[in-house]
Design a protein around this ligand. Structure first.
Ligand SMILES: Cc1cc2nc3c(=O)[nH]c(=O)nc-3n(C[C@H](O)[C@H](O)[C@H](O)COP(=O)(O)O)c2cc1C
Length: 167
């Protein structure tokens, strides 16, 4: 079974999760960023990672995901929100929609440190702005800044090991 791990990552969080997943993949599994990834046509199992942007996979990941048809697929992502939040559920639902013409074997989400430049922009917004800094948002961003961590890598490896066993 030819297997590909591909990811879109601006600041490295999703790339690190992709590399953890690669550790439990069969020997010879390819790993590429979505910008450099070969056509999905060449593979049987494709694992795609994205960073969350506006309750969906980021644009570059979306473009790659939409090309995958009739394959075995598993997806994962990193995001600023808590992975058990409604926002995260909506993000994964939208991301799964992009690969719906495939057999979706599973998924995984964890938090990822939000780009400090973006955090600084939030901090400068007035408190009544929809993206303004509230104590709740501050706590969430602080928690995100510790991820992905070792526990996330262990969880990702466990989930993808199970996915492989299910084939
Ligand atoms: C422009 C931008 C938009 C973002 N939008 C969201 C979002 O809608 N929801 C969310 O939970 N996180 C959002 N984030 C946080 C990122 O998804 C998160 O930090 C992710 O781990 C970044 O991954 P990377 O290091 O692989 O680029 C956004 C980050 C940026 C820079």
């Amino acid at each position: 079974m030819k297997t590909l791990v591909t990811y879109s990552s601006l600041t490295g969080n999703t790339k690190r999760v992709a590399e953890a997943i690669l550790e439990v993949m069969p020997e010879g599994t390819a790993i590429y960023s979505v910008e450099e990834a070969p056509s999905p046509e060449n593979y049987d199992l494709i694992i795609v990672g994205f960073w969350a942007d506006r309750t969906n996979a980021d644009k570059k990941a979306q473009k790659y995901m939409e090309q995958i048809k009739g394959k075995k697929v598993a997806i994962f992502g990193t995001l600023g929100a808590y992975p058990d939040s409604d926002h995260a559920k909506e993000t994964m639902k939208n991301a799964r929609e992009l690969v719906k013409e495939n057999e979706i074997l599973g998924d995984f989400l964890c938090q990822g440190k939000v780009d400090p430049k973006l955090v600084a922009r939030f901090e400068n917004l007035p408190a009544d702005h929809p993206h303004g800094m509230t104590p709740e948002r501050k706590a969430r961003l602080q928690e995100a800044s510790k991820h992905p961590n070792e526990e996330d890598f262990i969880k990702a490896k466990k989930i993808f090991t199970e996915i492989l066993k299910s084939i």
